[in-house]
Ligand binder design. Structure first.
Ligand code: APR
Length: 239
């Protein structure tokens, strides 16, 4: 059997659910309470910036109240273990929280942006901050007032690092999707990209995702339980 050394993992809100961060589309999910059109589009920000900034301020503030769970820690372990074994983990997340980093992963591609990153539309610079932002906030780089937006990829905007992700999928032995409904493209299409490149594919999710039939294998259950088991299997097979 070919040893699995290069892995691409795509994560979604389900991996952070057991840490206490709400998913988007499950019962009680964020999009039940908030309308995407009002808080997660460039048009929403143009129409009511205080509302949009407030939505992300609340989510950013929540980060200091949650902790990474065993699934985040397991992926941190996988990153180190693959590197030690001469392989590589490309960890791509749709999540805007920082739980992968706090779980020990050093190289995380945040394809939908990050709550802790801000983007000044006046000078086009990005900077890290835990602060709340308002329409009176000042950019620390150019001093412009009111031009700082969350560094979040909204609906209708292009996700980050698409070229790097496609290259990583092309170079991997295995593509794994964890805790995502498969409802939002382009991330939902990565499994088909991987299949087109004749890669092995695995889904780990509470329930079958929308693209479940595209995966070779599916493990259904909680990420916090299933991901550590899967990571142990991969690392044991490497030795
Ligand atoms: N373990 C594993 N999977 C879980 C768990 C858990 N403990 N809890 C929930 N899930 C699964 C759900 O069954 C669901 O399939 O996680 C998935 C979460 O799906 P969504 O809420 O749609 O989240 P996600 O797929 O990350 O959404 C993609 O949509 O609104 C945008 O930008 C937002 O990045 C987000 C994107």
């Amino acid at each position: 059997m070919v040893k699995i050394k290069n892995i691409v993992v795509l994560t979604g809100a389900g991996i952070s659910a057991e840490s206490g961060i709400r998913t988007f589309r499950d019962t009680g999910g964020l999009w039940e309470e908030h309308s995407i059109e009002k808080v997660a589009t460039p048009e929403a920000y143009a129409a009511d910036p205080e509302l949009v900034l407030g939505f992300y301020n609340a989510r950013r503030a929540q980060l200091s109240t949650v902790e990474p769970n065993p699934a985040h820690h397991a992926l941190g372990r996988l990153e180190k273990g693959l590197l030690d074994g001469g392989g590589y983990l490309t960890l791509v997340t749709q999540n805007v929280d920082d739980l992968h980093e706090r779980g020990g992963a050093d190289n995380v591609i945040h394809m939908h942006g990050e709550l802790l990153s801000q983007w000044c539309r006046a000078c086009d610079s990005k900077f890290k901050s835990r602060d709340d932002f308002t329409t009176s906030s000042v950019c620390p780089k150019c001093d412009h007032i009111g031009r700082v937006r969350p560094d979040i990829v909204w609906f209708g905007e292009m996700p980050y690092s698409m070229g790097a992700i496609e290259t990583a999928v092309n170079n991997c032995d295995l593509f794994v999707s964890i805790g995502t409904s498969g409802a939002v493209y382009p991330a939902a299409g990565f499994v088909q990209l991987a299949r087109g490149m004749r890669k092995q594919t695995l889904e780990i999710n509470l329930e079958p995702s929308e693209g479940s039939s595209f995966f070779h294998d599916s493990r259904l259950g909680k990420a916090g339980e299933l991901v550590p088991i899967w990571v142990d299997e991969i690392l044991e097979a490497l030795t």
